[in-house]
Design a protein around this ligand. Structure first.
Ligand code: SF4
Length: 625
């Protein structure tokens, strides 16, 4: 393939307006930005005009893999998409699993950049270096799953397809992309694809990726398997376990919750993370027993091309509006008295996706819909919903450090949140005597010391040590999102097999070196992560983020006491000296938060009063001349 080890070597470029297909070399970006989010940010910075809105033809849809994609054993098959999002007309991104990204790379491309707008519905055909823009009129208005399956029937099962449903075509601000293995990507990027008249992208590749040091890679592979053995998490579910089957991404041998559920209706589909829990409580409450309605609801969202997470928060708001007599069934055109039923969720999903009636308003997101309905409706979202329409999972009232992630990211920063929250959940289970794991307070503190810069980062009764922890987590996660390594495995923070149970943060840099031949140590990799994080910050500032003034949290974080946390109802965390401590009933302390920002900006080398980057820092990171 490429002389660049770990890479295919080319970036495929398609201008839909001019019907032009060409390639540029990956080597222009690889050293400074690695791949994935890093290269995505650089292309976006260079090419997307700040004044263009998300649906402007000049917006880029940037599909990216990383140097570890296509190399089995490292959980590196994930791929990313970057573009300006219609959620807020700013840069955003999503991260998907499965095998579409691997096929793009095997077809000869590390990334695909699409810009312009087709003059009619089209799909892209990419088959081992043969690239064509093909008519997709017959698929327009069809579901994302239906389109994927129809294209596979036409082209052959070996092709991997990413497609959009009616929600993307109709520019619903929270429309998704859907690929094989039901991999989905959010941030409203399905609507960007729709705005380009791009219904689907079919890829098939037979190439392979050259590894610089196969022997070293093999050794590292073995080490990763040893360290991660037995490291599984499971989701609480009402479904029988024999209906749930493992469904791994390409070449991944690790244990994780990525599975497929086989429903009574004969339908099967992805079952993991938030989508696996979507509508579950409401359907149980409505029918009074366990049922498969939540699964059917998730599949409807997938096929229409809607993100289940913002729909969940929207349903909560609709229920509240109905109960408070702010909205009735006639106005909404929805059976609001039957929230929890299949009829309700079906009608809701269909109306939003097609922008029918009241669904047209909802298609712009809960915030804009509440704004349009007036102050009473707006009041009903004030205590629980983030700026981008999500639930504030693993939020600032619970973990403190995550306040900085929420304040600075253009979307729910799930990878950064997981670095703290998963450890927190394991510790809480152990402290409550539920889990049989080794994450004691002592282990938690030792991990914090090694990964987050100090033991006090594991004391959740204080704001001390949290700014440094946030910066370290961001640098590591941005490097990880550029390599791209899967969140379920990386970073390896704890392990059963060592005496102190502390994991190994040096592995990512070792794997990168073995695969690409570029020698780099842990700190060097974090330095690249810091560069990419700063580039994303610069993009957001260029698009209107005001620095310190906008680095804030929704008001409820400061005023509404925490009621519970996911899988940790009592909000238990280690406090001073590792003593068990509950954050239940707590809010974020405004002064503590501002002090934490001061410290954070200092660590970052930014201007403390404005929270803006300095030229000196940007030069130091090779982001400015
Ligand atoms: S750990 Fe799970 S989600 Fe991650 S790459 Fe492997 S199969 Fe995919």
């Amino acid at each position: 393939m490429s002389h660049l080890k770990g890479y295919a070597g080319s970036i495929l470029r398609i201008d839909l307006s001019a019907k032009k297909i060409y390639e540029t070399p990956t080597s222009e970006y690889a050293d400074l930005f690695i791949g994935g989010r890093g290269i995505g940010c650089k292309i976006y910075w260079d090419e997307v005009p700040p004044e263009a809105d998300a649906f402007h033809p000049e917006n880029r849809m940037i599909f990216l893999t990383g140097p570890l994609c296509g190399i089995p054993g490292f959980a590196g098959a994930r791929w990313q998409v970057c573009a300006k999002s219609p959620l807020h007309n700013r840069f955003s991104y999503c991260n998907l699993g499965g095998s579409w990204g691997v096929h793009l790379k095997f077809a000869g491309y590390d990334a695909l950049v699409v810009h312009g707008k087709a003059d009619r519905p089209i799909y892209l055909y990419i088959n081992n270096g043969v690239v064509e823009i093909r008519d997709a009129s017959r698929f327009w208005t069809k579901g994302a799953i239906d389109t994927r399956e129809a294209l596979k029937k036409e082209l052959g099962n070996s092709f991997r397809i990413v497609s959009i449903g009616p929600a993307g075509e109709n520019r619903v601000t929270f429309a998704i992309l859907l690929a094989d293995n039901d991999a989905t990507g959010g941030s409203g990027l399905g609507a960007v694809m729709g705005s380009k008249n791009l219904k689907a992208i079919a890829v098939y590749g037979k190439g392979k990726v050259d590894v610089a040091s196969p022997e070293r890679a093999k050794e590292l592979n073995k080490r990763v398997s040893e360290l991660t053995k037995g490291m599984t998490l499971s989701l609480p579910t009402v479904f029988a376990s024999d209906k749930i089957k493992k469904d791994s991404c390409y070449g991944c041998t690790h244990e994780c919750i990525r599975s497929t559920f086989h429903g009574k209706s004969g339908r099967k589909g992805k079952f993991m993370c938030q989508a696996a829990l979507f509508y579950q409580t409401r359907a149980q409450r409505y029918y009074g027993e366990d049922n498969e309605v939540p699964f059917e609801a998730t599949k409807l969202c997938d096929n229409y091309g809607l993100d289940t997470h913002p729909i969940e928060t929207m349903i909560m708001w609709l229920g509240r509006c109905y109960n408070a007599n702010v909205l009735n069934e006639e106005q909404a055109g929805l059976p609001l008295s039957r929230i929890g039923s299949l009829e309700f969720v079906e009608k809701l999903i269909r109306d939003i996706s097609r922008r029918d009636g009241f669904g047209d308003l909802l298609a712009n997101g809960t915030h804009r819909a509440a704004e349009a309905l007036g102050p009473s409706a707006k009041n009903l979202i004030k205590d629980y919903i983030t700026r981008t329409g999500y639930n504030p999972v693993y939020g600032a009232r619970m973990f403190i450090t995550t306040a900085l992630f929420y304040a600075m990211e253009p979307r729910l920063p799930i990878q950064q949140l997981h670095e703290i929250s998963i450890l927190g959940m394991l510790w809480a289970a152990q402290a409550a005597g539920h889990g049989n794991n080794y994450i004691t307070s002592q282990v938690f503190r030792a991990i914090a010391d090694r990964f987050w810069g100090s033991e006090i980062a594991a004391d959740f009764s204080t704001y001390e040590g949290k700014a440094l922890a946030a910066a370290k987590i961001q640098d590591r996660q941005y490097a990880k999102e550029s390599l791209i390594l899967c969140d379920f495995i990386w970073p390896i923070m704890h392990t059963e097999i060592t005496e102190d149970h502390v994991g190994d943060p040096t592995l990512e840099s070792k794997v990168y070196s073995a695969v690409t031949g570029k020698e780099i140590a842990e700190e060097g990799l974090y330095r690249i992560g810091e560069r990419i994080f700063n580039l994303q910050r610069a993009i957001l500032v260029r698009e209107g983020h005001k620095g310190r003034e906008d680095d804030t949290l929704e008001e409820f974080n400061f005023t509404v006491p925490l009621k519970g946390d996911f899988l940790n109802e009592d909000c238990l965390l280690p406090g001073e000296d590792g003593k068990t401590f509950s954050r239940k009933g707590m809010v974020v302390d405004r002064e503590g938060f501002e002090r934490m920002k001061d410290e954070y900006y200092r660590i970052r080398g930014w201007d403390v009063s404005t929270g803006l980057q300095t030229l000196r820092k940007l030069r130091e990171l090779k982001l400015s001349a």
